[in-house]
Design a protein around this ligand. Sequence first.
Ligand SMILES: Nc1ncnc2c1ncn2[C@@H]1O[C@H](COP(=O)(O)OP(=O)(O)OP(=O)(O)O)[C@@H](O)[C@H]1O
Length: 191
Amino acid sequence: MQAPRLIASDLACRRGDRVLFAGLELDLRPGDALHLAGPNGVGKTSLLRLLAGLMRPFAGSVEREGAVGWIDEHSALDPDLPLGTALRFWERVDGCTAPDINPQLLGVDHLLDVPVRYLSTGQRKRAAFVRLLNRHCPIWLLDEPLNGLDSDGAAKIEALIALHCGGGGLCVVASHQPIGIDRVTRMELGA
Ligand SMILES: Nc1ncnc2c1ncn2[C@@H]1O[C@H](COP(=O)(O)OP(=O)(O)OP(=O)(O)O)[C@@H](O)[C@H]1O
C-alpha cells in the first residue's frame, strides 16, 4: 500500500452564506485514525468532502497522497442487481483484478443472490465495506460508518478500521458515536 498523507492547511469551508469553519489544520500520516465529532450541521461531512477533493475550500488547501475510499449512507450498489453481481460490477469499475475480500468477513455471503433493494440498512453498509476493502485504498474517509449496524457489525467495522490503520493506512471518521479503537484522536468541530 502506498504510504498515505493527508494535510489540510488553514482550511476554511463555506456553505451558502455561512462559514462553517476556518483556519483548520490537519497532518495525518500512516497509522493515524481521526474521529470527527460535533453537533449536527457543524460541518463534519463538509470537511470529509473537502478532504476527498469533492468540494473546493473557501480558503486554504488540502494535500493528499494516496487513493481515497469513501463510505457514506449511499452504498452506490445497483438496487436492481443481486448483491453479488452489484459487487462484481464495482470490482470491474474499481479495477480490482484479484478481489480478495470474502463477503463472509462482513457477514453478507448468504445475501449474494438477493437484490440490493431488499437489503436492510445495515446489510447495505456491510456490503459497502466489502467494496471498500477490495479497493485497497490507503485513505479511508467514512461518514457515519456505524449508522444502521448492530453491535456485531459495529465491532467488525471498528476492528477493520484498526487493522487498516495498523497496516499503514489512515482513516478519518465522522461519527456521533464513539469509535471503539485504540489510538484514535478525537477532533470536536465547533468546539
Ligand atoms: N449544498 C449546500 N448548500 C448550502 N448549505 C449546505 C449545503 N450542503 C450542506 N449545507 C449546510 O452546511 C452545514 C454543514 O453540513 P454538514 O452535512 O457538513 O454537517 P454535519 O456536521 O456533517 O452534520 P450532521 O451531524 O447532521 O451529519 C449544514 O448547515 C448544511 O445545511
